[in-house]
Design a protein. Structure first.
Length: 256
């Protein structure tokens, strides 16, 4: 751990901004197709990736902006190499407008299931043709087993669903019911390319239920899971969770 801290100022860093306004952007930074991207601070636009000295291909992308690629960025030892990037807004923008699970059952992605997923995109800019998009996961438990799909041409302010065969997903049997599986689409067209904002799908149905209180007090219910998260591992007192219903015995005796 100490060795990691000692190298915390090495690697690659910079700021990603809008080329027209200079405003910071919430962007994604990928190095040499590494499956684990880095992200900028959305309020400041800055990023820092600790890497060994060498030459790296860097791709910088943000929703609604043109993706920029730097094929060979030299990173030296010592202080971090700085790479500031200004992105231009896209002439058009594709964003998720809906999805449809084709499982022949409950219409949800369930733990242990492999199912097809149709996704709809909406074009908020100039017309796009020759559209394809790669589905990428955000988080755990769900992996795309058919990550690429094509789309019909989409005119301005129109929506279209992915062509069959649609995307295919494999859900881990250990996925907790109610988990929100996140995805985004990395799309390319004959005119441009970009990424969408993330969208989320529930995994199965939650296995818990909220029950309204039947009296005028909101009684706490004993929950072993919550107890494990209590201060220093101690369970909270069940008596303290229920407000007193009346004056104490000592108070009653003084009033009598």
């Amino acid at each position: 751990m100490l060795a990691y801290f000692e190298r915390s100022y090495e690697g690659l860093r910079g700021i990603v901004t809008d080329v027209n306004t200079g405003a910071p952007l919430a962007a994604e930074i990928r190095l040499d197709e590494n499956p684990f991207p880095s992200y900028t601070d959305p309020d400041l636009g800055d990023y820092h990736r600790i890497v060994l000295p060498g030459s790296y291909g860097v791709e910088v992308s943000a929703s609604g902006y043109e993706t920029r690629t730097f094929p060979a960025v030299p990173v030296a030892g010592g202080d971090a190499t700085r790479l500031d990037v200004a992105l231009a807004p896209l002439p058009g923008n594709l964003q998720p407008a809906g999805s449809r699970v084709e499982d022949g059952g409950n219409g949800l992605i369930d733990p242990g299931e492999t199912t097809a997923l149709a996704v709809s995109l909406r074009n908020t800019g100039s017309p796009f043709t020759g559209i394809s998009a790669t589905l990428e996961p955000v988080g755990w438990y769900v992996d795309p087993t058919r990550p690429l799909a094509t789309f019909p041409d989409i005119a301005t302010n129109e929506t279209a669903e992915s062509d069959a065969p649609h995307y295919e997903l494999s859900v881990s049997p250990s996925a907790p019911p109610g988990h929100q599986a996140g995805f985004y689409l990395r799309w390319e067209t004959a005119e441009s390319r970009g990424i969408t904002e993330p969208f989320f799908l529930p995994v199965g149905e939650p296995d818990c239920e909220l029950v309204a209180a039947t009296d005028r007090y909101a009684r706490a219910t004993w929950n072993p899971g919550a107890a494990a998260r209590g201060s220093r591992g101690r369970a909270p007192s069940r008596r303290a969770a229920v407000p007193p219903r009346g004056p104490s015995r000592a108070t009653r005796s003084r009033r009598s």
